[in-house]
Design a protein. Structure first.
Length: 435
């Protein structure tokens, strides 16, 4: 367990060995949450745990072979000891009994018989074979406490390992099956010209009609979703890519914050099931999780970053005829304006403070930008169209993405040949921030 005061020391030491910039981000995150300031506060406020409670997973595997004090005062009316002391050596438990309970075995010198030894053992006010844990290695809260009394830890561990193995096998099998299906589909479909949809679904969507004014501007459309930033040092206001860079940084922070809290320990199972709902009228079947492989998470996040780039670059045109036709809702327009205001302010502050990420003004603006990015993203996902699907900037973006990004350089090699249900992974990375 790490308190707010210990974050810096903990992250600087092995196995993390983080630099000061990374540590400052962690301290900034910790400052926004209700975390104990120090060990004494944690020691005074944590409620006592029952002896039969399971071990606290965050503290690591419990120790074994502990000795629990079971001294009962003569005048006590209870048949159970209320002393929580746990030691690891007989010498320590005897010292505890002598100093805290004024009890001494009064061992006499000389060799004792086996019968006398058995009698002493049976009358000792302690119990052996105790499983124990501690909150801190030293200071307040470093005392040992008993856990898992009466529980079969080996059996529980075996069941946990078996469950995790089964879950991982299911995830691997699902991903492998999806990969095989996409590969077979890619081999089956012959690609036609740029604006003749090779897939019935894309043809039904009317993508050719949506992009009819850009039939000779393939590079222009590809540039709207490109991840290369175009910033002119002599004229930084020429494009919005300087602000876009900070918007992408804010989104990465948003995903990291979401990963830290999307757990059953913080969010209820019912909420996790609701976050993972795919269809409004269908019963939920499984909870949302963040068990993405690093490469999968990177690819999913890349698509969302391309969406943000598409919005920023399209909205920078003064004439709507110069960009694909879509309409931002009132909520989306407001969220976009707030996001760009914070991005502009952050860009100016970055220059003013010579790129110091620890500057209070920069840290504050990053927090505001992170919230603004989240609001825009949610408003895009929650957009209900009235006249045509292409009123939605999300559908417009997907049309460009499916035609140009995926055929030549990823992130999903055959996404332009996918069916509607294959787009579900595109939104998985957004479920965490939305919750």
């Amino acid at each position: 367990m790490v308190t707010r005061k210990q974050v810096k020391l903990h992250l600087r030491s092995a196995p993390h060995s983080l630099n000061s910039q990374e540590i400052s981000l962690a301290q900034e995150w910790a400052s926004k949450h209700d975390i104990f300031e120090g060990q004494l506060e944690a020691h005074d406020n944590l409620p006592p745990r029952p002896d039969d409670a399971p071990p606290i997973a965050a503290l690591g595997p419990p120790g074994t072979g502990g000795i629990r004090c079971e001294f009962i005062p003569e005048r006590s009316t209870s048949s159970q000891s209320n002393c929580p002391y746990v030691g690891t050596e007989l010498r320590r438990i005897r010292e505890h009994l002598r100093t805290k309970h004024n009890w001494d075995m009064e061992l006499k010198a000389g060799r004792r018989s086996a019968a006398m030894t058995d009698e002493e053992r049976s009358n000792n006010p302690w119990r052996t074979g105790v499983c124990y844990q501690r909150l801190f290695s030293s200071g307040p809260g470093s005392e040992l406490f008993e856990v898992a009394r009466g529980l079969n830890l080996e059996q529980s561990r075996a069941q946990d390992h078996e469950s995790q193995a089964i879950l991982q096998q299911a995830i691997d099998a699902f991903q492998s099956k999806g990969k095989d299906v996409r590969s077979r589909e890619a081999e089956r479909i012959d690609e036609e010209n740029d604006f003749t949809a090779p897939n019935p679904w894309l043809r039904r969507l009317g993508s050719a009609l949506h992009l009819k004014d850009f039939s000779g501007k393939k590079d222009f459309l590809r540039g709207l979703i490109a991840m290369e930033y175009e910033v002119d040092p002599d004229d930084p206001d020429k494009s919005d890519d300087a602000q876009l860079r900070f918007i992408h940084i804010a989104f990465d922070r948003l995903v990291n914050h979401a990963k830290a809290i999307i757990t059953p320990d913080i969010i209820s199972w019912n909420a996790l099931f609701e976050v993972n709902r795919k269809e409004l009228m269908k019963e939920r079947t499984k909870p949302f999780h963040f068990r993405f492989k690093p490469e999968t998470q990177r690819r999913y996040a890349l698509v969302v970053k391309q969406l943000l780039a598409y919005i920023v670059r399209c909205m920078s045109f003064d004439d709507k005829a110069d960009r694909p036709p879509f309409k931002l809702s009132i909520r989306q327009q407001k969220a976009y304006d707030v996001m760009m205001d914070h991005a502009d302010g952050l860009s100016d502050a970055w220059k003013e403070h010579s790129g110091d990420p620890e500057a209070p003004e920069i840290a504050g603006l990053l927090d505001l930008l992170e919230t603004a990015v989240l609001e825009l993203y949610i408003s895009v996902l929650d957009h209900f169209t009235k006249d045509t699907e292409y009123d939605s900037v999300l559908v417009s973006f997907l049309t460009v993405l499916l035609k140009y990004s995926c055929r030549e350089r990823g992130p999903f090699p055959v996404l332009h040949q996918s069916e509607p249900e294959d787009l579900y992974p595109l939104f998985d990375i957004g479920n965490g921030p939305r919750s």
